[in-house]
Write a protein that binds this ligand. Structure first.
Ligand code: THU
Ligand code: ZN
Length: 335
């Protein structure tokens, strides 16, 4: 992983655009608020050709944009930029990084994941203001969770500005425990995850034959509870959670002021701590989609009735820190 931190705020960071050694710049979502979603493109991708920037602008300005660059757009971009897809992923890191929300470290990290479909997914690190560091989502986790929420069958490659940290290596391994995911970093040959994480502690240690992908489907029934749309979307997310170690599926839906829903499924890890809570996964979706905390109007959480563990306390704490006036809906579904 390679981020950018000069101990400055994101707004001050605009002043140092383009001056960092790796060309990775310090930019955050709020800076672009007045310029439309695609306003960031000329600043973060100055070397891209105008046709490539307009392909990306069309994607980013779609109100349903979710941090996914479809394979057909990827093909056009590689053609326009006269480059291979691995290099394109590295070149797009500054776009992913521009979504970073890191008020504690001011260390802004972006990552790009390639799915088996050929689609690309952006991710950025997310730190929860005022809360414990353990709630942070790393950029690599955020990009993997984005691919997960789009139901990719597998992840084939992940690009990031420098070698991923140990926590991320552990998280990425759960996506594909065969160690075959290619890790792409600038100026180094691609490396299989297995070479960065030898002797991995993988899902088989706790008796599992597979990792998180393809996304499992669980049947959680809504029972007699007739919740609103927050509960409906949260239930759908819970049905797609990966919780083999706790058998406690859960899902979150964030509703924005504009009525958009961002879903987040719980994604566990065999080493427990790198697991992503459903709210963290939903926040990764919210941020990848170009929304921010101030747009959150309501959140729904669904989990399994009588489950071993509950996401409710942590969800309420994090929600209070980022969107204190958002409404919170909860349902424990028969399982
Ligand atoms: N971070 C990442 O996003 N990826 C890594 O591999 C290492 C660190 C983030 C986490 C935290 O928000 C900040 O960088 C400082 O560690
Ligand atoms: Zn990491």
């Amino acid at each position: 992983m390679q981020g950018s931190s000069n101990g400055v705020t994101r707004r001050e960071a605009l002043g140092v655009l383009g001056t960092s050694a790796l060309g990775l710049t310090l930019i955050g979502t709020t800076v672009f608020a007045d310029e439309g979603r695609s306003g960031r493109l000329s600043q973060v991708l100055p070397k891209f050709t105008a046709p490539s920037r307009s392909i990306l602008a069309r994607l980013l300005d779609d109100p349903a944009y979710s941090g996914r660059i479809p394979a057909n757009a990827v093909a056009e971009l590689t053609k326009n930029e006269n480059t291979a897809v691995d290099k394109l992923m590295l070149d797009l890191l500054s776009l992913a990084q521009s979504y970073s929300s890191a008020p504690i470290s001011n260390f802004y990290v972006g990552a790009i994941v390639r799915g088996a479909s050929g689609d690309l997914y952006t991710g950025a690190n997310i730190e929860i203001p005022g809360q414990c560091l353990g709630f942070a989502v790393h950029a690599e986790q955020s990009a993997c969770s984005n691919a997960y929420m789009h139901e990719e069958q597998a992840i084939t490659a992940l690009a990031v500005g420098g070698a991923p940290c140990g926590h991320c290596r552990q998280f990425i391994n759960e996506m594909s425990p065969d160690g075959e995911i290619l890790i792409l970093t600038p100026d180094k040959p691609p490396a299989k995850l297995s070479s960065l994480l030898p002797a991995a502690f993988g899902p088989s240690a706790l008796g599992m034959k597979h990792g998180a992908l393809p996304v499992p489907h669980t049947n959680l029934s809504p029972g007699g509870y007739s919740g609103g749309p927050e509960i409906f979307h949260a239930l759908q997310a819970a049905c797609r959670s990966y919780a083999p170690y706790s058998s406690s599926p859960s899902g979150v839906a964030i509703r924005t002021m504009k009525g958009r829903f961002h879903r987040g499924s719980y994604i566990e890890n065999v080493a427990f701590n790198p697991s992503l809570s459903p709210l963290e996964t939903a926040l990764a979706a919210l941020i990848a989609g170009g929304d921010d905390y101030s747009s959150i109007s309501a959140v729904g959480l669904v989990e399994a009735q009588g489950a071993k563990i509950s996401q409710r306390p942590v969800t309420e704490i994090v929600l209070k820190a980022i969107a204190p006036s958002a409404k919170f809906f909860y349902s424990a579904a028969p399982y």
